[in-house]
Ligand binder design. Sequence first.
Ligand code: HSE
Length: 404
Amino acid sequence: MINIAVLGYGTVGSGVVKVINDNHDIVNRHAGQEVNVKYVLDLRDFPDDPIREKLVHDFRPIVEDEDVKVVVEVMGGVEPAYTFAKQAINAGKHVCTSNKELVAAKGAELLRLARANKVNFFFEASVGGGIPIIRPLMSSVTADDINEITGILNGTTNYILSKMENEGADFESVLKDAQEKGYAERNPEADVEGYDACRKIAILSSLASGKQVDYEDIYTEGITKITESDFKYAKELKRTIKLLGVSKNVDGTIYAMVAPFMIKEDHPLAWVNGVFNAILVNGNMLDDVLFYGQGAGKEATASAVVSDVIECCKNLKHNVPIIWDYDKCQLGDFGTAKHKFFVRIKGDDLDVMDKIDSIFGKVFYVKCADIKGESAFVTEEITEKDFVEKINKIGDMLSYIRVK
Ligand code: HSE
């Protein structure tokens, strides 16, 4: 029997207990022994839940109990998760986490510490919820130089964008609906401003490059400025709008960003709707491979966490290498990244079009029958820096979206 402790009895923590209970035969078969939840740490009491018998309010009994071999950290946030993870690893315990804030900020350090202590630090659920992506990247897509990772990495924003597109609704009312349905947090900033997706693409970039990609270095734009009109234009262009995390390897330099993109209707990520996530990985030998599934949710996320626990059970005596060095990866200068841009500016007379042509050169104009008083166009591929310069010259911009 292997004893584990679960830190945090929220959505994911209670999901972990549920997966271990409901699927005990299959979990135990894969683990090669019985997986037993010995402790659950939470500040709250759960008097009506059978978990109350295992509940502790302090980390000390867990870290001091030599019978506990695996600590599952599903509290979220960097602290106290980081302190607990470090203490657990230093005490010779394996750590599995779903916590992207912790992994993005301290992943390299905790991996190094785990290696030194001959235990494992696993984090499958930190990106893409239930979608297997970390382990496949580390154990399957290992013969390839990864050219690009492009992902729909946030379920809340994908739900909002899908609903805006399908129902012609505006951002604010869809956000309210998402909050009422429990998809979006009361404070949705991390999701709608792209910060959550940014941490996830930072983790994937770190794994792809083998070095520390700091999320603070990643250009990040959310979806708060996307309007119903943008979706109307996207339709004219036979495209949809998705919030993408992109990590690209250009001649050995990594360029990473999070932003809404207009993508073609036949793009592999275009049909990913609602709260689903998907990650498209392009390798230099493999070409495209797509990982799709539930990027959030109790059971799906917990399934990924328990798969990590099982992996620990299979590797109790040794560290499974995950190559993610402490050395900082210097990202490519975002200003030099090239994109096409869809742009809307005020005014639709000839003077405005002359101005657009003189500043942007060749552009492709887009018309939308029921939108008046503005000009919309798609630029040729230009650098981010050039785009900013041109857009400052033109003035009266209503919005822009990158086009893939
Ligand atoms: N808030 C996240 C999302 C949860 O909406 O995808 C999963 O990380």
